[in-house]
Design a protein around this ligand. Structure first.
Ligand SMILES: NC(=O)c1ccc[n+]([C@@H]2O[C@H](COP(=O)([O-])OP(=O)(O)OC[C@H]3O[C@@H](n4cnc5c(N)ncnc54)[C@H](OP(=O)(O)O)[C@@H]3O)[C@@H](O)[C@H]2O)c1
Length: 260
C-alpha cells in the first residue's frame, strides 16, 4: 500500500474523480478540490483512504493557496500536486471574445501556474515532490479548431510545465514535473465547455484516436506517480499523430480536410 499525500484539483467529476478513486484504491491519502462541495463529498465517500475536501475556485490565487494550507493543516506534508481542473470551449478563433480568451487562460493556465507556485516552496524545502499538470493532446496538435482558445491555453500550459521542470530539475533533481496529454476522454468535459449546448459527439479529434475512459486515464496517471516521466500521451495513437503533424503541418492539415 502507498502512503503518499496527493492533492487533486478538479476532483469532483470526470478524470479528477477517477484519479482520486484509483489513488485511493492504491492507499494514497488525498486532498480533493473543486468548486462543488457536495460533488467532492460524493467522490470522497467512495474512497477508504484518508481524504479531505476543499471547496475552491482554482482561477483565484488565494483559493489555490488555501488548498495548500488546508492540505498541510490536515496532513504532515504533500508528496504530489495534480493540477487537473480545466474547461473547454466551442467557439472558432474568429468569434472569440476577450472574455472567452481570459476565461480559458484563467482556468487552464493560471490555475496550474498558481498550483505550481503554491506547492513548489514546500517541495523545495523537502527536496522532493511531484507536480502533474493535466494538459491535452490539443495543446500539442491543434486538430480541433472549435476548441481554439482551449487548445491555445493548453499549449501555453505545456510550455510553462516544461520551463518549470527544467528550472526545478537543475537545482532540485528530486522534484518531478510531468505533463499529461489525454486525447478524447468520455467525461462531461464537452457538456461543461464554454459555448456548449449539450453533449457533443466525438469530432475530427476522434480519428484515428479512440476515446478513452476516465478510468483508463486515471490508471496511467496513478502509474506516473510510481514512475515519473516528463510527458505522457494517455492515448496510444497520439504520438504517431503528433509525429505526422510535426513532420509536415501542411500535408497533415490537407489530409485532415480530405478526411473530414
Ligand atoms: N475529457 C476530455 O476529452 C479531455 C481531454 C484532454 C484533456 N482533458 C483535461 O482533463 C481535465 C479534466 O477534465 P474532465 O474531462 O474530467 O472534465 P470535467 O468532468 O468537466 O471536470 C472538470 C473538473 O474541473 C473542475 N473545475 C472547473 N472549473 C473549476 C474552477 N474554476 N475551480 C475549481 N475546479 C474547477 C470541475 O469541478 P467543479 O465544477 O466542481 O468546480 C471538475 O471537477 C481538464 O484539465 C481537461 O482539460 C480532458
Amino acid at each position: 500500500m502507498n502512503t503518499r499525500i496527493v492533492v487533486i484539483t478538479g476532483a469532483s467529476s470526470g478524470i479528477g474523480a477517477a484519479i482520486a478513486r484509483e489513488l485511493g484504491r492504491r492507499g494514497d491519502s488525498l486532498v480533493l478540490a473543486s468548486r462543488t462541495t457536495d460533488a467532492l463529498q460524493r467522490v470522497a465517500s467512495e474512497i477508504s483512504s484518508p481524504t479531505h475536501v476543499v471547496t475552491a475556485d482554482v482561477t483565484l490565487r488565494g483559493d489555490v493557496e488555501r488548498i495548500r494550507d488546508e492540505a498541510l493543516r490536515v496532513f504532515p506534508h504533500v508528496d504530489v500536486w495534480i493540477n487537473n481542473a480545466g474547461k473547454g470551449i466551442i467557439r472558432p478563433v474568429l468569434e472569440l471574445s476577450d472574455a472567452d480568451v481570459d476565461e480559458m487562460m484563467a482556468i487552464n493556465v493560471k490555475s496550474a501556474l498558481y498550483g505550481m507556485q503554491a506547492i513548489a516552496p514546500h517541495f523545495i524545502e523537502r527536496g522532493r515532490g511531484h507536480i502533474i499538470n493535466m494538459s491535452s493532446f490539443l495543446g500539442r496538435v491543434p486538430v480541433a479548431s472549435p476548441r481554439s482558445a482551449y487548445s491555445a491555453a493548453k499549449a501555453a500550459l505545456n510550455t510553462l510545465t516544461a520551463n518549470a521542470r527544467v528550472d526545478l530539475q537543475r537545482t532540485h533533481p528530486g522534484i518531478h514535473v510531468s505533463l499529461v496529454m489525454p486525447g478524447l476522454v468520455a467525461t462531461d468535459f464537452a457538456a461543461h465547455a464554454l459555448g456548449s449546448t449539450g453533449p457533443v459527439p466525438p469530432g475530427p479529434i476522434g480519428s484515428p484516436m479512440k476515446p478513452q475512459t476516465a478510468e483508463e486515464v486515471a490508471i496511467i496517471v496513478a502509474d506516473l506517480l510510481d514512475r515519473p516521466v516528463s510527458e505522457v500521451y494517455t492515448n496510444p495513437a497520439s504520438s504517431t499523430v503528433a509525429t505526422r503533424y510535426f513532420e509536415d503541418v501542411a500535408r497533415f492539415e490537407s489530409e485532415n480536410r480530405t478526411r473530414n
